[in-house]
Structures are given as structure tokens and as C-alpha cells.
Design a protein around this ligand. Structure first.
Ligand SMILES: *[C@@H]1O[C@H](CO)[C@@H](O)[C@H](O)[C@H]1NC(C)=O
Ligand SMILES: *[C@@H]1O[C@H](CO)[C@@H](O)[C@H](O)[C@H]1NC(C)=O
Ligand SMILES: *[C@@H]1O[C@H](CO)[C@@H](O)[C@H](O)[C@H]1NC(C)=O
Ligand SMILES: *[C@@H]1O[C@H](CO)[C@@H](O)[C@H](O)[C@H]1NC(C)=O
Length: 630
């Protein structure tokens, strides 16, 4: 009887009293019970409906991203629309736009091989850590479903069956391809990006809008997941604020999965058994993401243990959410104030308000902005594949080179990290090995076998370029115009930001300057003054970061968000650095250069961790804990 009463009460709390509402993911509006039933009938609730418990303006940021904007609670959750910086440009039936003269645009694979040939050039500035953290960052707000789609769900795009499936859009390999003229590969698998239209959330005669499976906020979704259910089930230990973890040979790991679906498809059994299960299994993917997932997973527990020591009277809930908040803040601090200035130039960032020169609070919150990533940012960011090195080098703890291993063979294979002390040697390599130089040359593994044993041939640059067209991006020069207000009417106008030989290459491949694809332009553009990335990419990143800082009600530098840091706490967060993070949670790191994203050398010598500044958790000391003790 009692149970029945409780159940009725619980039901009332959740539904009848209207505390949980159904939202349409596409429009962001509330839907009626009738409309909801319609979705259930069509089996479209997973993609098209988001159930949201009424917002409380004072609660911690939600793991599922809802209620970030109190007026539009569904935005910020997964499966909500991305922003387009410029309106879509498609041909009829939403097929890729054509060249100005009406002919099809040049083949993506032809453009890649002829504009970005293969080679290996070591960067003189940056370490592998850069190319590990960047995909970790994009997987926080990006999505992997488009790759899974053609590898697992629709593996037939290069076969006869693919011709009859509209979602198959394989890339043709030309007969004179520099690599495949010697093979019989004439096709590379690819599927059309999933959209609100393809998922049945809205009519399919409207402009396709991409649907993504992650929250648009920078909030370590890779660690905490995108839903409360998965966090509670797979992540939280519900004890002392900790995430579940397993200790093996003195190392702390995210728990290994027990699920039937083996996501570590490349683990070499029987030796390699460890397989991370984090709330978001998308965090178990390529090497860089897997390594950073281990580090930030441990870092959460590192923070929770420190807080629990400082404040023995705090309960699990408070410890967990405070540790999560600090973990996210330190992560953003490292990205925004350490990595981005090195890549993009500190003054460039400060002049665009992306960073602040002053260490105090800043509040740029604007409730008129919806939590959204731009489609152009997510795709433009893939320019960084040009810095990806294919051979991962391992070093011993003294920095002696041991051996190398193809990074593409480590995808979906966390077991490799846990055997033969590999993680120690890979960790040493992460700050000792340079990444590849972004100099118009791409690594042969990244451009030919990016998916390792999963595909006979796969070129990530070709897929990236092709997708520009399927996302309906306008020509490159329209984005240049958006960025600097200049009109680009002829190829020669590009000489303001490209070397003459690059302009000549484009002139040879495309017929009109307005034909050039966004990514192709980014590939050949000169780097921004004071930085190492193309100026138009800087503009797309700035546009996004400025909105990310302004749309996020829970942004860590705000003084008046719920549970905001006080001044002293923020000052501690500002001490974060990638090298300190490695000293604190990576395997057997006792010495490292202070600026871990930069190669060690004069002015950045490898030195003891003792000499790197450390966050002091006493800033979170809660006096009420001592009062309770005495
Ligand atoms: C319903 O949709 C889900 C999510 O897209 C899918 O996994 C499932 O197979 C679908 N069920 C049916 C009966 O089509
Ligand atoms: C829209 O859906 C109809 C029916 O399923 C299909 O025949 C048509 O090709 C689709 N159009 C687009 C642009 O996806
Ligand atoms: C990497 O994977 C390929 C298959 O794609 C295999 O032929 C090769 O031997 C692997 N390399 C190593 C070092 O395991
Ligand atoms: C296309 O995908 C299938 C299934 O994943 C794979 O077996 C095949 O090797 C792929 N084709 C190429 C050219 O890589």
C-alpha cells in the first residue's frame, strides 16, 4: 500500500503535475501529449523528442545540457540544431551545389591528392599532446555517428546495393589517382550526414539540418556523458563524489565494459582485455581521445579526493558536482588560455574577446544566444587533421626512444594501453614527439588508411571535403567575405592571403573562384599573423568561441552563475596547465617541460614536476566542516 502511494506520488511529481515536459528537438518548442504519441508511433522519440524536468535556475549545470538557457530549455541538449554561419547552398533536391557554370564540382579525392600531397614533416613547435587534445575537445561537442554509419550500419556504399540507397554518397577514386592507380580501389565508403529530415523529425523537403549526438557546451561530455541515466548507471560511484574506477597494477582506469556490444573491436585477445566504458561510449575511439579520457577521468577523482580531504563533512552529491565543475573549468582554462594562444596568437584572441588579459571574473552571458555549435566550426576544425602524425613514438621514462606504432591501429583498442607498460611509453611520447607540421603535406596513414583495419582504404581529408558539400556550405570566398568584409571576385583577389603558387593550383582545379570549397580554401590559406592556423579558420573558431562563452550560463569565469567560484577559487583554476595535469594523473610522469604543448628545449627544459605550480584546494575549504568536528 505504502509503495503504491509512493508510486502515485512519484508519478504525480514527474508527469501529472507537469514537471517533465516533452520538447521537439528541432523546433525547441513544447509538444502536446498527442504529438508525443505520434512520435512514439513513428518510433522517432529518440531523435526528435527531449523530455525535460522543469528547470531550477539555481541548480548545477545539467549533464544532459538542458536548462542552460532558461527560456529555451531543450537547446543545449543532444539532438538539437546546429547554427549555420551562412545560409545553406544546395543544388535541387538538396544535392551538393554545382560549379558556377552548372557542372559538378571536381572530385573530392582528386582535390585532396592534388592540393594536399602526402609526406611526413615533423613540426618544430608543437608536441603530440596538441593533436591528442584537439579531437578530445571536438568529441565533447561533436559526433561520431556519421563514421559509424558507413562502417557498421551501411557497410555497402561501395557495392551495387549502395547505388539504390540515397544515404550512400561514396567518394569516387579517379583512375589516375597517385596511390590507387596501382590498386583496384575506385570507391571509398561514405554516408550522407544524418539530419532532422533523415531522422523523420521534420519534413524532408526542407533544408537538411545536421543532427548531432552531443551537447554543444564545452563540458567534458566525454567523461560525464550526455544523460543523467548513463552517468548514474556507468559513471558515478555514489561515494565521496567519485567516478567509478578500477585499479590494476597500481593504475587507475575507467571501468571496463561488461556490455555485450564490444566497442574495443581491435583489442588483440587474449592479452588486451581492458575496454573503457564511460557514460559516453563515443569516448572510446581514437588514440588521442582514449588517452585524454583516462586522464580527465582520473582527474575528476583526483579533485574529488582532495575536496573530500579538505571538507570531510561534504556529502557525495556536493563533492561530485563541485569536482565536476572544477574539472570542466580546468579543462577549459587549459584549452582557452594555454593551447589556443599558442596555436592562434594571444593578442589575436584577446582582441576578439576570446580570452581576457586580466585574471579576474568576466561575464559575457547573453540569454538571447542559444547554446549551439556552428556547422562550419565543427567541420572547419577538421583542418587540424593536417597536423596529425601517423606514427606514434614511444619513449622510456628517461626519454630514450623505444619504438613506433601506427596510430590508426589503436582505434577502438584501449586494451593496448594497459599491456606492456605501453601507456607509460605513450605518455612520454605525448610530450616528447612532435606532431606533424601543417605545411600543405598530410601524413600517408591519415590520408589512406585512417580507419585502420576497418576499411580497405579511407581518406579522412576526402571525406571532410565531400561533407562540406553535403552540409550545404557556401563557397570558401563567401566565408572570407563574412570574416573580413572584402569581396573576392577573381582568383587573384586571393593573393591577399595565399601564396601565388597556391592560388595557381586552385585556378587549375576549379573554374571559378566561387567554386572553391570551404575546406580546400582553408588547406591552402596562409596562417594568421602570430599564429599557426589559417586566418579564415581563426575567424570561424572566434565566432564559435565568442558564442560559446556568451551562451553558456554556467561558464566558469562568470561571478554570478549558480555555485560560482569565488575570486580565490578562480585564481586557483587559472594555475592549470597541461604539464601539471600530466604530473598529477598521467602514468609515471615525474618530469616534463613546463609548456607541454610545446617541444622541450631552450627556455622550456624538461624539469621536475615539483617545480610546476599546483592548484591549492584549500580555496574550497568549508569552515562549517571544522565547526561540526569540534
Ligand atoms: C526505434 O528507433 C531506435 C532508435 O533510432 C532504433 O534503435 C530501433 O531499432 C527502432 N525500432 C524499430 C522497431 O524500428
Ligand atoms: C523524402 O522522402 C520520400 C519518401 O520517403 C523520398 O521518396 C524522397 O526521396 C525523400 N527526399 C529527400 C530529399 O530526402
Ligand atoms: C596495423 O594494422 C594493419 C591492418 O590494417 C596490419 O596489417 C599491421 O600489421 C598493423 N601494424 C601493427 C604494427 O600492428
Ligand atoms: C567499405 O566498407 C566495408 C564495410 O565496412 C569494408 O569491408 C570495405 O573494405 C570498405 N571499402 C573500402 C574501399 O575501404
Amino acid at each position: 500500500m505504502l509503495i503504491k502511494v509512493l508510486l502515485v506520488l512519484a508519478y504525480c511529481r514527474l508527469y501529472e503535475c507537469n514537471i517533465v515536459s516533452h520538447y521537439d528537438t528541432y523546433t525547441g518548442g513544447k509538444i502536446t501529449e498527442e504529438e508525443y504519441k505520434e512520435h512514439v508511433k513513428k518510433n522517432t522519440t529518440f531523435w526528435c523528442v527531449k523530455d525535460i524536468v522543469a528547470c531550477d535556475p539555481n541548480e548545477w549545470s545539467r549533464v544532459d545540457g538542458s536548462c542552460n538557457n532558461l527560456q529555451h530549455p531543450s537547446y543545449g541538449a543532444i539532438h538539437t540544431p546546429q547554427k549555420r554561419i551562412l545560409p545553406a547552398a544546395y543544388d535541387t533536391d538538396f544535392e551538393p551545389r554545382r560549379a558556377k557554370d552548372g557542372s559538378p564540382l571536381p572530385l573530392a579525392r582528386y582535390l585532396r591528392t592534388s592540393l594536399m600531397p602526402q609526406g611526413k614533416v615533423p613540426d618544430q613547435v608543437f608536441t603530440q599532446l596538441v593533436t591528442y587534445i584537439l579531437p578530445f575537445f571536438t568529441s565533447d561537442a561533436g559526433t561520431l555517428q556519421d563514421t559509424i554509419n558507413y562502417v557498421l550500419w551501411k557497410p555497402y556504399c561501395c557495392e551495387a546495393k549502395g547505388k539504390c540507397d540515397r544515404s550512400c554518397i561514396p567518394n569516387k577514386v579517379p583512375d589516375l589517382d597517385p596511390v590507387h592507380r596501382f590498386s583496384n580501389v575506385r570507391c571509398m565508403n561514405l554516408t550522407r550526414p544524418e539530419s532532422f529530415q533523415s531522422m523523420g523529425c521534420t519534413k524532408n523537403d526542407t533544408t537538411p539540418d545536421r543532427i548531432v549526438s552531443s551537447t554543444p557546451t564545452i563540458d567534458l561530455s566525454t567523461i560525464y556523458g550526455n544523460s543523467m541515466e548513463s552517468l548514474n548507471k556507468k559513471g558515478r560511484q555514489f561515494e565521496k563524489g567519485l567516478l567509478k574506477s578500477e585499479f590494476e597494477d597500481g593504475r587507475e582506469w575507467p571501468p571496463s565494459t561488461n556490455s555485450k556490444i564490444n566497442i574495443c573491436l581491435l583489442n588483440q585477445k587474449p592479452a588486451e582485455t581492458r575496454c573503457h566504458s564511460t557514460p559516453e561510449d563515443g569516448s572510446n575511439s581514437i588514440a588521442g581521445i582514449n588517452i585524454f579520457t583516462i586522464w580527465f577521468w582520473r582527474h575528476h577523482n583526483y579533485i574529488a579526493r582532495a575536496l573530500s580531504k579538505t571538507n570531510p563533512c561534504w556529502g557525495d552529491e556536493r563533492l561530485f558536482y563541485t569536482a565536476r565543475d572544477i574539472n570542466i573549468a580546468m579543462y577549459i582554462q587549459i584549452l582557452l588560455y594555454e593551447l589556443f594562444p599558442l596555436l592562434m596568437g594571444k593578442d589575436n584572441l584577446a582582441n576578439n574577446n576570446i580570452i581576457s588579459y586580466s585574471p579576474g571574473f568576466r561575464d559575457m552571458y547573453d540569454d538571447q544566444l542559444l547554446p549551439q555549435m556552428s556547422a562550419e566550426f565543427s567541420t572547419g576544425f577538421r583542418w587540424f587533421h593536417a597536423m596529425q602524425e601517423g606514427s606514434l613514438k614511444m619513449f622510456d621514462l628517461e626519454g630514450n626512444y623505444l619504438r613506433k606504432f601506427p596510430i590508426v591501429n589503436m582505434t577502438l583498442r584501449t586494451g593496448f594501453l594497459a599491456v606492456d607498460n605501453n601507456i607509460d611509453y605513450i605518455t612520454q611520447g605525448s610530450f616528447r614527439q612532435p606532431c606533424a607540421k601543417a605545411d600543405y603535406v598530410v601524413d600517408p596513414d591519415i590520408s589512406e588508411v585512417i580507419l585502420g583495419p576497418f576499411q580497405r582504404a579511407a581518406d579522412v581529408f576526402t571525406s571532410d571535403l565531400a561533407k562540406n558539400r553535403y552540409f550545404g556550405f557556401q563557397p570558401y570566398v563567401k566565408y572570407k567575405q563574412f570574416c573580413n568584409n572584402k569581396n573576392y571576385a577573381s582568383f587573384d583577389d586571393l593573393l591577399d592571403s595565399m601564396d601565388p603558387e597556391r592560388v595557381e593550383m586552385l585556378k587549375d582545379r576549379y573554374k571559378d573562384v566561387e567554386d572553391i570549397d570551404l575546406l580546400a580554401g582553408l588547406w591552402l590559406e596562409k596562417h594568421i599573423d602570430g599564429g599557426y592556423i589559417p586566418s579564415t579558420l581563426f575567424c570561424l573558431i572566434s565566432e564559435q568561441m565568442l558564442r560559446s562563452i556568451s551562451f553558456d550560463r554556467h561558464w566558469y569565469e562568470r561571478p554570478n552563475r549558480p555555485h560560482a567560484f569565488n575570486y580565490q577559487q578562480l585564481a586557483e583554476i587559472r594555475k592549470s596547465s597541461i604539464s601539471r595535469l600530466l604530473c598529477d594523473v598521467a602514468d609515471k610522469v615525474t618530469k616534463i617541460q613546463p609548456k607541454g604543448f610545446l617541444r622541450a628545449g631552450s627556455g622550456n627544459q624538461i624539469q621536475s614536476c615539483e617545480r610546476l605550480q599546483k592548484i591549492n584546494f584549500n580555496a574550497w575549504a568549508d569552515n562549517s566542516c571544522c565547526m561540526k568536528k569540534s
